[in-house]
Design a protein around this ligand. Structure first.
Ligand code: KQY
Length: 365
């Protein structure tokens, strides 16, 4: 397959919205002991649960390092494809290809990946195996790819409506560890060129204490063009309150690419989730990897749900707001089955969420 020396915008390709019909979903298997407690054993059970839940709606492929292949193959049913693809950790949304479509062809966008901030404030070192994942995905499914060697971006830091709008956070896209050589305007130009969007809506910050420098996918999601959800709390003493309020103002007052005023639905967060002593003790301390200390607050939210063809896959935190989230999803997605994932705390303990462990492969539309 070829590396293309052009841009999706020039070639007439666009990134589809999450809610559009797609061909499947990709994931990576967790194992690294300096990120996942107990060598990833508890997280693996939950990843398997997520893969099986999504596989009810669309084919799932799980990529796994060679030393975990047999274990993963054993823990996941044969209905799900498990293949060997070397990786540094399990964040498919972030290191995998971002796909673009033109009505008759799918192509991949292969951004540079530096583990959320490289040597400035990245979360582990090295990350070169992750940086190859997007290329391998494109070759496996036989699609051409645009590669950006000099532009760092993760899939979880963008949300598009498929109709010309992308939502991002300044906290993430303007962070010192990603593209400090570029101005905000130059970053906007790159997003326009490679996602084929006309309008960039800049939120200021993402979920409080999110180690990705505030990925948008943990605080915001598009339900469909013109309609979105925003992670929310009414608790004025919670630092999340000011962050969400600021986002709400921006989203309510910034028209999208089609000139629409966004309909914003408040999606209440669970109460703060803190790392316990037992959980902290299960993680290997390694210089250069983010520490997991007892009492640290995790970036818990329901906005990182996955939109499958016929379903919504969302995290359960054993919190009263689990039900509130389900009720909102039932209202917003009357034609999709709403599926909660028990034990999603284990994904959170690794610093992530359901959205960032999954990547969609679009249909040729
Ligand atoms: O996109 C994400 N939320 C991934 C977080 C990576 C955390 C690595 N410890």
């Amino acid at each position: 397959m070829n590396k293309i020396n052009s841009t999706p915008e020039k070639d007439g390709f666009r990134m589809p919205g999450e809610f559009e019909k797609h061909d499947g979903c990709w994931m990576i298997w967790p194992q690294r002991p300096d990120n996942w407690r107990l060598g990833g054993k508890p997280a693996q059970k939950v990843f398997a649960r997520v893969a099986e839940a999504i596989n009810k709606f669309e084919p799932v492929t799980v990529c796994v390092n060679y030393d975990q292949y047999e274990n993963a193959r054993d823990m996941i049913s044969n209905d799900v494809r498990v293949i060997e693809v070397s990786n540094d950790d399990a964040w498919m949304r972030d290191c995998g290809a971002t796909f673009v479509v033109n009505g008759s062809e799918v192509r991949g966008v292969d951004w540079a990946f530096n583990a959320w901030g490289g040597l400035v404030d990245g979360l582990y070192f090295p990350w070169h195996k992750d940086d190859f994942v997007a290329q391998k995905m494109c070759e496996l499914i036989g699609v051409n790819r645009y590669r950006l060697d000099d532009f760092v971006l993760e899939g979880g830091s963008i949300h598009v409506d498929g109709e010309g709008t992308v939502v991002v956070t300044e906290e993430c896209l303007l962070s010192a560890g990603r593209n400090p050589h570029l101005t905000k305007e130059e970053i906007e130009e790159t997003l326009k060129d490679y996602l084929n969007v006309e309008k960039i809506i800049w939120l200021k910050r993402g979920i409080f204490n999110d180690e990705t420098n505030g990925h948008v996918d943990n605080i915001f999601n598009f339900v469909r063009p013109g309609v979105c959800v925003l992670a929310w709390t009414d608790d004025k003493n919670d630092p999340q309150y000011e962050i969400s309020k600021e986002c709400y103002e921006i989203l309510s007052n910034t028209p999208d690419a089609k000139g629409r005023k966004l309909e914003v639905h408040k999606l209440y967060t669970p109460k703060p989730v803190l790392i316990t002593a037992k959980e902290s003790e299960g993680v290997d301390a390694v210089n250069g990897s983010i520490p997991r200390a007892e009492g640290d607050r995790l970036a818990a939210s329901y906005a990182n749900y996955y939109t499958a063809n016929g379903g919504i896959i969302f995290p359960l935190f054993d919190d009263p707001n689990d039900e509130k989230a389900r009720t909102l999803f039932e209202k917003l997605y009357p034609d999709r089955e709403i599926v909660g994932i028990e034990g999603a705390r284990e994904i959170l303990l690794g610093g992530g969420n359901i959205h960032c462990i999954t990547q969609q492969q679009p249909s040729v539309q």
